[in-house]
Design a protein around this ligand. Structure first.
Ligand code: ADP
Ligand code: MG
Length: 705
């Protein structure tokens, strides 16, 4: 049979049904899919390093033969260390050490040809000796090696299950041979030519098998023209989906609100319990300008923990209500929904507005009654969880929606809430509130279809939180400190790393709660808050803490978001090393909300990884959310930054919004210009079909196409 790019991968020599299945799990079915699986690194196998020239702390690629190899059990871990001795053609000897190398036992025969790539260090036991630590290893075949293995710059791929880099490279070599001039280019020709990018054909060949004279450094930093083109392409398609979505939203109708009226000014003044900060005033003006337009607002309100986002959202809600509409506020957890409900009722009481709570924990009769009031329009501001987007919820006239802590909800849920009002011929204005300070490039990527407002000022009268890092042996002193805080009339949180709310994790937290109540704080009242409590139980626990009936609240990460008890001035975070920076910042934001000085104590193990220490020291050094976010990005990379769910959603293979900022900005400009260009609509239609399905789904592109 003749092979072409749409041939299934299992047809290739050396792939077969088993490997085809592994590939299918990664969405790779055809040769063309395979070509999208890119190398993460390149290795110069034309100029191997001579073992005799190797210096400590350098990274080298050597070609050598196995002299001897042996796994030696490791008394610090159940996995053995594999010791390997190799020799290159010039006679140089190099010992190598593989931690967790037990799997190599019996696999490397003496005389086996290898390519090893890794960092060389001084042997700590024998300082005169150098050794390569945890090298990447590739076995060469017997006899003359394949042209895909040596004599060129070779691509190194992340293994897919048991399908290793070398085997992937061979399959890729076969796939590359099939690329001919007829392969369709994703980018419009005029754009490609203007930006000076190579054709798709050239690009695909070069990213897998670069020219001999290509700079290894450029390749490994993703800066060759072919790599840059692929990065651009990913950003471009993604930004295009955002641009089209935004265009479609703009065509939808929203109710333009009257704002410049004495009645509304009065209403806003009535609900404000304090003088707004300059930032709050500026942001409200930005929001008001959107609300006056007949196209829906789609705005992101970024503001650090405690910057006062809620009141801004409530002001916008009042504008909607005064214009005869309903408003909704969606919170990510029941605790937060209830808390918003209580404080909104307090705030809106002077205006006489009807506030409704809708969470799944309501009793059946209560819920039916609430739904009825929402349907009839008597409920003017509805506060709830995702229960708000259930089918049975029908608004009489929903004009404004605020979504708190967006990145816990998907973009899809935001759309769903907007669609709730669509049956009335208009969509609501939407304000997304987030306390996650997102560096600009990433907010362009994630929220590229939103306008952005920033609350960059904290309300006055806050005393900075003092943060300390300590270790478990010092816990008795920490408990003593809490006793003093409580004796002074304050309250405290003790946070446990129950992150998944799994049974096992919870058990540990509950036992610790019992122990603390009985042995450590026998004279105080403690509360326990975790995600597996019913909503009534959670309310009960929060209510007693709010009223200072319990002085210490032992809690899991459920308190991370929004909990607001100004009298709580101390927080102890146990096993702090297990939390991410963003999470620690959110947790710490629960204190420092009143006038008294607050203290945050991070408790870690005596020994921890450098990364964990860097994280905790960042928390000690700064309280600035943007600085913390930047550090988080540096330490963990953009994928991790948003948690696995989000990074999976983004679906970039080669593009990295941080490293490739400039290309992101360029792609954004080009994509938004193309989306507006009526002349280009056929090019657009063609491009749309190329969008990865997850991007199409996410942005409801069907309704445009
Ligand atoms: P976040 O941005 O974290 O959601 P909140 O809206 O919960 O912040 O506000 C944090 C606290 O600050 C609340 O207790 C709120 O009442 C108070 N607050 C907000 N704005 C001001 C202001 N302008 N002056 C004084 N206190 C304010
Ligand atoms: Mg908030």
């Amino acid at each position: 049979m003749t092979l072409n790019l749409s041939t299934e991968v299992r047809m290739i020599k050396g792939v077969g049904p088993q490997r085809a299945e592994l590939l299918a799990k990664r969405g790779i079915y055809t040769f063309e899919d395979l070509l999208r699986y890119l190398p993460f690194r390149y290795e110069d196998r034309i100029h191997f390093s001579n073992i005799r020239d190797i210096q400590p702390n350098g990274t080298y690629t050597v070609r050598a033969r196995v002299m001897s190899g042996q796994a030696i059990p490791n008394k610090f871990s159940h996995n053995a260390i594999y010791h390997l001795l190799v020799q290159d053609a010039a006679g140089g000897l190099l010992p190598c050490k593989f931690f967790h190398g037990g799997y190599l036992e019996g696999r490397l025969k003496s005389g086996q040809q290898l390519v090893l790539h890794g960092k060389v260090e001084i042997d700590k036991m024998r300082p005169a000796r150098l050794e390569m630590i945890n090298p990447q290893l590739e076995m060469l075949g017997d006899g003359e090696p394949d042209s895909t293995e040596v004599g060129r710059i070779v691509p190194i791929y992340e293994a897919i299950g048991t399908f290793g880099s070398r085997a992937i490279r061979r399959a890729m070599y076969a796939a590359v041979q099939l690329i001919d001039a007829t392969i369709e280019d994703v980018l419009p020709e005029s754009l490609r030519a203007r930006l000076g990018y190579p054709s798709r054909r050239e690009t695909l060949i070069h990213v897998h098998f670069p020219e001999q004279q290509e700079s290894l450094e450029a390749l490994n930093t993703f800066r060759t023209p072919s790599q840059q083109r692929l990065i651009f392409e990913e950003f471009f398609l993604y930004q295009l989906s955002l641009a089209l979505d935004r265009k479609a939203t703009r065509k939808e109708n929203a109710i333009p609100f009257r704002i410049r009226e004495e009645k509304i000014r009065e209403a806003l003044k009535r609900i404000l319990p304090f003088k707004p900060t300059a930032a709050q005033k500026r942001v409200l003006a930005e929001i008001a300008a959107d609300l006056e337009k007949p196209a829906p607002m789609n705005r992101l309100l970024q503001g650090d923990v405690g910057s006062g986002k809620t009141i801004v959202a409530l002001e916008a809600a009042v504008i909607a209500i005064e214009n005869g509409c309903q408003a909704a506020l969606m919170a990510p957890t029941e605790i937060l929904a209830v808390q918003h409900y209580l404080s909104a009722r307090r705030t809106l009481a002077p205006g006489g507005y009807q506030v409704e709570l809708l969470i799944s924990g309501l009793k059946h009769a209560e819920k039916t009654a609430a739904l009825e009031r929402i349907r009839r329009g008597e409920a003017q501001l509805v506060i709830g969880t995702h229960a708000l987007i259930e089918d049975q919820v029908q608004f009489a006239e929903l004009g404004f929606v605020a979504i708190d802590e967006q990145h816990r909800f998907g973009v899809l849920q935001r759309k769903r809430l907007m669609d709730k009002a669509a049956s009335h011929g208009h969509v609501p204005h939407v304000l997304v509130l987030t306390a996650t300070p997102i560096p600009r490039t990433l907010s362009l990527t994630l929220y590229g279809d939103l306008d952005v407002s920033v609350l960059d000022e904290l309300p006055p009268g806050r005393t900075p939180i003092q943060t300390r890092l300590t270790s478990e042996p010092h816990l008795p002193g920490v408990w003593e400190f809490l006793r003093k805080e409580v004796a002074a009339g304050h309250q405290a949180y003790i946070v446990y790393p129950v992150i998944e709310e799994s049974k096992l994790e919870l058990k540990a937290a509950m036992e610790e709660y019992k122990r603390l109540s009985r042995e450590v704080f026998p004279k105080l009242k403690l509360g326990l808050l975790h995600g597996r409590l019913s909503s009534e139980e959670k309310d009960g626990v929060m209510e007693s803490f709010r009223k200072n009936e319990t002085q210490i609240l032992v809690a899991t990460t459920v308190i991370e978001v929004g909990v607001d008890v100004p009298n709580a001035t101390a927080m102890v975070i146990e096993h702090a090393e297990r939390f991410g920076l963003a999470q620690l910042h959110q947790l710490r934001g629960r204190i420092g909300r009143g006038a008294a000085k607050s203290h945050c104590i991070l408790v870690g193990p005596a020994r921890m990884t450098e990364e964990a220490r860097a994280r905790l020291e960042t928390m000690v050094r700064t309280a600035n959310g943007f600085e913390i976010a930047e550090t988080d990005l540096l330490l963990r990379g953009p994928g991790e930054f948003f948690g696995t769910r989000q990074s999976g959603d983004l679906g970039f293979h080669i593009a990295n919004p941080l490293r490739d900022k400039d290309l992101l900005e360029l792609a954004r400009r080009e994509a938004f210009a193309l989306a507006e260009d009526a002349q280009q609509s056929s090019a657009l239609q063609r491009l749309l079909r190329q969008l990865p399905p997850e991007w199409q789904r996410r942005y409801h592109l069907a309704r445009i196409g």
